[in-house]
Write a protein that binds this ligand. Structure first.
Ligand code: MLC
Ligand code: AMP
Length: 511
């Protein structure tokens, strides 16, 4: 099956092994391969190669999701996973940005898909029935008709919020994805005996690359939880010692600490024992407070491995599997990642292993770095320094050989519960509210979520606007995790001489 991307071809080695488990059901690698073959055949009904055509897909976490992802890849297309909880305008933005003609849909999400196809010129292909059919010829035969895929082809578009008002489509190639995966499978000792729970969303790299794709790369087993994060179900899995690996955002570890603290003595002992039995627990997507690292170790004996990454680059820095894991740091560059720190005036302050103690923007170069923002040449060229290094927008310092993240360069990027949110995107939505004249969205520090979205507004006329009224209005326009959690009505926004809102003053005022 050399014509398939390596990530799919490798699955052949794992045949009847369980790939995905959910509830009391399971599906093998061979069956998912067969399903992906059916999808690819369907997509190639009218052509021999999708030739990097973007194909949207909408499916809850589970085996269908993988069959669609791999099916699109095998047919030569670019897979564009949509957030199953996104609002209609958000999905429409993704569909229009990539200029998609086709969306593959799991039947459970029919309603969202039909709403979208009513707005955009898109053909919806409902896949449940299709996936239950037998391939018309033997799978091996079918496979031979798939296009020969070069590794430098575009493979995936993940939408990410940034310092522009609308999310941008991050394009990665098959080579990028392979190198993002292998950096982690090699560094964290992934093996086919590993079993991992998946409760993070699959439209971001933490869930899609670090958990799902790494597991499938090595032939491991993924237990999928779709829908909202169900702490009790996850804790039951921990008590049953069903997993060897665990990956989550800091918010989840903070919630788990509270659950352990609140449980009866007996149950709390069982939870701690279950966590202790795992071979590795990883935290990332946002800063892990040292107090959480310490408390987790006290309770479970586990030293959380903290790492740092970004949609555009996969994972770049990691504490070691073997050796010292240092709280409040993100360790050292992963294999294949070249990293430097650059000061505001553009001079390189620390080249990988040399200078210590000077802070600068993290810039990265290497095979895991994305190709481009879809159809956005200006944003792409702005994102890279002249000599080709990707500017992350995160500040760091190197101390005693380990990197420590100091924060972000832009106040317009908010991290809440591991989700990256754009203040500008939320502002542009809120400014459409008939009562709002001016608006500044800020991230206020908060213990459990890291940061929480707050809206500071100036109203058109004396009147009232309350948070519940604003939320009810906004929830049709933006995903619920982007909604402001607090609202401050003031007379005027503080601005500098150039008219720019002084967000740091607002943060100091309201935190
Ligand atoms: C949920 N809510 C949030 C939120 N998640 N509010 C702010 N920030 C968030 N992240 C709100 C919902 O809108 C809802 O509000 C209420 O909380 C309960 O919703 P829920 O769906 O039941 O929440 P829950 O399932 O418990 O979600 C919490 C969570 C989730 C931590 C599991 O936020 C999550 O999956 N975060 C991880 C995101 C992620 O994968 N990021 C990685 C990006 S890649 P209401 O008002 O309706 O009750 C990346 C690179 C890297 O960062 O390095 O990994
Ligand atoms: P995203 O764009 O959603 O992929 O989020 C990437 C951003 O998450 C990075 O640019 C960082 O700001 C943040 N991030 C990821 N891991 C960490 C970490 N361990 N500590 C602090 N910030 C992190």
């Amino acid at each position: 099956m050399e014509q398939s991307p390596v990530v799919v071809a490798r699955a052949q080695n794992f045949g009847e092994n369980t790939a995905i488990r959910w509830g009391d059901q399971a599906i093998s690698y061979a069956d998912i391969l067969k399903q992906s073959s059916i999808i690819a055949t369907r997509l190639l009904e009218n052509c021999e190669d999708l030739s990097e055509e973007p194909i949207l897909f909408l499916a809850p976490a589970g085996s269908t999701y993988i069959a669609l992802l791999w099916g699109i890849w095998r047919a030569g297309g670019i897979a564009v996973p949509l957030n199953v909880h996104a609002t209609l305008p958000e999905m429409q933005h993704c569909a229009e940005t990539v200029g998609a003609n086709v969306i593959l849909v799991s039947d459970a999400l029919e309603e969202q898909a039909l709403a979208l196809t009513n707005r955009c010129r898109l053909q919806a292909i409902f896949v449940d029935e299709l996936l239950n059919t037998e391939p018309t010829s033997a799978v091996d035969e079918v496979d031979k008709s798939f296009p020969h895929l070069k590794a430098d082809r575009r493979a995936l578009i993940i939408f990410t919020s940034g310092t522009t008002s609308k999310p941008k489509g991050v394009v990665t190639t098959h080579t990028n994805i392979e190198s993002q995966i292998t950096a982690l499978t090699n560094s964290w000792g992934w093996q086919d005996e590993d079993r991992i729970p998946l409760f993070l969303p699959l439209h971001h790299v933490h869930g899609l690359i670090n958990i799902l794709s790494c597991a499938l790369w090595v032939g491991a087993e993924v237990e999928v939880f779709s829908g909202a994060f169900d702490q009790q179900l996850v804790l039951q899995g921990v008590v049953d010692q069903r997993w060897t690996l665990f990956m989550a955002v800091p918010t989840i570890y903070i919630r788990l600490i509270a659950a352990i603290d609140d449980a009866s003595e007996d149950l709390s002992r069982q939870y701690c024992h279950g966590f202790k039995s795992m071979r590795l627990m990883v935290s990332g997507s946002a800063a892990l407070p040292a107090s959480v690292y310490g408390r987790w170790e006290e309770l479970t004996g586990q030293q959380l491995l903290e790492r740092y990454g970004m949609t555009e680059i996969g994972m770049a820095l990691s504490n070691p599997l073997e050796g010292e894991r240092r709280p409040s740091t993100v360790g050292v560059p992963l294999p294949g990642v070249k990293l430097r720190l650059v000061s505001e005036d553009g001079s390189v302050v620390a080249n990988a292993s040399e200078v210590e103690g000077l802070s600068g923007e993290i810039q990265v170069i290497g095979p895991s770095v994305f190709l481009e923002y879809w159809n956005d040449r200006d944003a792409t060229s702005e994102a890279f320094a002249e000599d080709g290094w990707f500017r992350t927008g995160d500040l760091a310092v190197r101390e005693d050989g380990y990197y420590r993240i100091l924060g972000r360069m832009s106040v317009d990027i908010i991290k809440s519960g591991g989700y990256k949110l754009s203040a500008l995107e939320i502002e542009s939505v809120l400014l459409d509210h008939p009562k709002i004249r001016e608006c500044a969205v800020i991230g206020l520090p908060e213990k459990v979520w890291g940061e929480q979205v707050a809206a500071v507004v100036v109203l058109h006329e004396v009147g009232e606007l309350t948070l519940p009224i604003l939320s009810a209005w906004a929830e049709k326009r933006i995903s619920s995790y982007k909604l402001p959690r607090s609202l401050y009505v003031i007379d005027s926004l503080p601005r500098n001489a150039m008219g720019k809102v002084l967000k740091s003053e607002l943060i100091a005022l309201f935190q």
